[in-house]
Structures are given as structure tokens and as C-alpha cells.
Design a binder for this molecule. Structure first.
Ligand SMILES: Nc1ncnc2c1ncn2[C@@H]1O[C@H](COP(=O)(O)OP(=O)(O)OP(=O)(O)O)[C@@H](O)[C@H]1O
Ligand SMILES: [Mg+2]
Length: 338
């Protein structure tokens, strides 16, 4: 598909622009994802990406920051995460030092009054801005930052409720200082592996997209872009093998990250074409649970390698045939108009 050249700093005229820009920064998005990213940028709405592990959710935020030349501010969620890790905290060590210095001065020759020292202690000087506050209070003369709230399903409900509050009006209140309000809202990407459902209220604030595993051709392309040292034939065979493994109903089917790792592992061993021995020796790069590995072995490693080689070959022949046919049509077109 023809793609227009991407804007340098994150302006996009439509989904195709977004797709081109993401591609230029090493991320191959399908039409659905490119559309929702475009809308999130155009409407300034947070983007909630759900999908299985390793399908490329987190990478969307990273690549958006690279494309826009803006800062990536990341909140890695976990059970028990609270305001001090995500929004702000006071630098106690420096506050204490400041207090000691003020006390020493006071002992010597009547230093600053206690009230003044207290005010100073809770000034911006001692405020540590964590990613959420940094995103809200970002300098206006720079591209607005990309705020990544990663794996929100790991945080608890209270944190989610707090997040909803922040994302509703893009403001954060620090009781001692007042309210910070974003002049330009940050670009917000929230990811979830769906270990539990994200609250409806938060979903309502966001544009939503379920990130699927890429189809075969796109996965081949991703391997080619991310691991250029892997020869094309091997890239196709690995993508075909992974596609097949994903149909086995594993506890943790391999994601794109595993496909890339696996192809790189094989290439590092000097493998140029998949066979039973090379699959058996490197399966751990793609399948990370003992039970899952057993499942793949039960289904037959030799059969897997054979099927992958065949699928990669047939698909390649198909693509080449389609290419020849397309070229034929184009030539015919030229002849007619000429
Ligand atoms: N569409 C894509 N184009 C290019 N690279 C991709 C794509 N999808 C995934 N990748 C690659 O796969 C790796 C894993 O992606 P990422 O970490 O974003 O997955 P994830 O969905 O966030 O996984 P997890 O749920 O485990 O955090 C990335 O480092 C990136 O190299
Ligand atoms: Mg991730």
C-alpha cells in the first residue's frame, strides 16, 4: 500500500500518515491501530491498548515519542502503586538538610523565622515530579510529552480511580502548592494485558483498541525491520512456525517479541532454514513455559518445522506470482494509455 511521507513532529493528516510515520520509526501498524492512533492524536484522547503479551502495546508509546521528538514519561503499574511513585513526592532528605541548615543559622545569629522555613520546605524546590505530574506540568515550548501508563491492570482500583480523575481534566492538585493544569494535554497511552477488566469509567475516557497478533506477512516484515541480520527465508519460516504455535492453545502463546528473539537466536546459530533439530534446540526462545513446550513437542516438532517451511515457501511463491501479475497489469495499463 502506498504511504505518504510522515510528518516530522507528529502532525498527521490521516491514518495513512500515522502508519507511514510509525513505520519510519520501526513500528508496523495495521489499519485499525493506525486509525485509532490518529484519532487519539487528533481528538487529544487517551488511548487504551489491550492485547496479549508481546503484541506491541508498549512499543506504540515509545515509537510515538520518537516520532514526535517528545519526552516519554512512563508509569509502570504494579499492585500497591501510589501517588508518591506516580504523581509526586517531597524530597525528605533535602528538606531535612534545609531544616538543619536553617536551625544552625538560627542558633548562630537569629536566622529565618520558623514559618518562613516551613513555607520553603513545601515549595517547588523540594517537589519531586513523578511522571503524571511531569506530564501535566510539562513546559509549553516543547512538544507535549507522551505519557505511558503501562500495564494498568496490575494497579489496584484506587489508583485507577485516581487516574480517571487526572485524565478527566488533566490537572493535579498538590495540597501544599495548589493545582497544576496542563496547558496542552499530553499524549496518553494506557496499556493492559487484561489480567482483570479495566473500569468502565476509565474506558469511557479513552479510545480503545485491541491489539491483535500481526498477520503472517506483517510479522515477517516486523522481523525483517527489527532483525535485519536474519535472512528473509528464515524470517518467513519463523513467522510461519510462530503462527502455527499460536493455534495450539498454549498458556502463553509467543508474541512478536518472541518471534524476533527466536529468529535472532536461530541466526546467531548460523541456521538458514528451519528443521526439526534447530526448532528443538531453540524452542525456549519462543515458548517460555514447561507445559507449553511439552504441548508443542506433543504436537510434533518435525511436523511443525515441515509445515512452517511449506507455508513460508507457498506464501512466498504466492507473493511473487501476485507481484508478476500486478506488474503485468501495470504494463498493460501503460500500453493502453501510451
Ligand atoms: N508492529 C510492530 N512493529 C515493530 N515491532 C514490533 C511490533 N509489535 C511488536 N514489536 C516488537 O515486539 C517487542 C515487544 O513489544 P511490546 O513490548 O510493545 O509488547 P507488549 O504488547 O507491550 O507486551 P507486554 O504485554 O509483554 O508488555 C517490541 O520491542 C518490538 O520490538
Ligand atoms: Mg508492554
Amino acid at each position: 500500500m502506498a504511504e505518504r511521507s510522515p510528518g516530522a513532529s507528529g502532525e498527521a493528516a490521516g491514518p495513512d500518515d500515522v502508519r507511514g510515520a510509525l513505520r519510519a520509526h520501526g513500528y508496523l501498524a495495521d489499519e485499525g491501530l493506525a486509525t485509532v492512533v490518529f484519532l487519539a492524536l487528533a481528538l487529544r484522547r487517551p488511548l487504551l491498548l489491550e492485547g496479549e503479551a508481546g503484541v506491541g502495546k508498549t512499543e506504540v508509546a515509545k515509537v510515538l515519542a520518537r516520532w514526535r521528538g517528545s519526552e516519554l514519561l512512563r508509569v509502570q503499574c504494579y499492585e500497591g502503586i501510589d501517588v508518591s511513585q506516580a504523581v509526586y513526592e517531597w524530597d525528605y532528605a533535602r528538606q531535612l538538610l534545609h531544616l538543619r541548615a536553617a536551625e544552625a543559622l538560627a542558633e548562630g545569629h537569629g536566622g529565618p523565622a520558623l514559618a518562613t522555613v516551613e513555607d520553603e520546605l513545601y515549595s517547588e524546590r523540594f517537589l519531586v515530579r513523578r511522571p503524571l505530574l511531569a506530564a501535566i506540568a510539562a513546559p509549553v515550548d516543547q512538544p507535549s510529552p507522551v505519557l505511558l501508563i503501562d500495564e494498568v491492570d496490575r494497579a489496584d482500583d484506587e489508583f485507577e480511580a485516581f487516574l480517571l480523575e487526572v485524565l478527566s481534566d488533566y490537572s493535579v492538585t498538590v495540597p501544599e502548592l495548589g493545582t497544576f493544569h496542563a496547558v496542552v494535554p499530553p499524549v496518553v497511552v494506557i496499556t493492559s494485558n487484561r489480567t482483570r477488566d479495566v473500569a468502565d469509567a476509565l474506558k469511557r475516557r479513552c479510545l480503545y483498541h485491541w491489539v491483535e497478533h500481526p498477520d503472517f506477512e506483517r510479522e515477517v516484515e516486523i522481523v525483517t525491520v527489527r532483525a535485519p541480520e536474519v535472512v528473509p527465508v528464515l524470517a518467513r519460516q519463523v513467522a510461519a512456525a510462530v503462527e502455527r504455535i499460536r493455534t495450539l492453545g498454549l498458556y502463553k502463546p509467543p508474541g512478536v517479541a518472541e518471534t524476533i528473539d527466536w529468529a535472532q537466536a536461530l541466526a546467531a546459530l548460523g541456521v538458514r532454514e528451519l528443521d526439526e533439530a534447530s526448532v528443538a534446540a531453540t524452542l525456549g526462545a519462543a515458548v517460555k513455559y514447561k507445559e507449553d513446550a511439552e504441548r508443542v513437542r506433543e504436537a510434533g516438532i518435525a511436523a511443525l518445522a515441515r509445515a512452517a517451511v511449506e507455508r513460508a515457501g507457498v506464501e512466498r511463491a504466492g507473493v511473487e506470482r501476485a507481484g508478476v501479475e500486478r506488474a503485468g497489469v501495470e504494463r498493460t495499463g501503460v500500453e493502453r494509455t501510451g
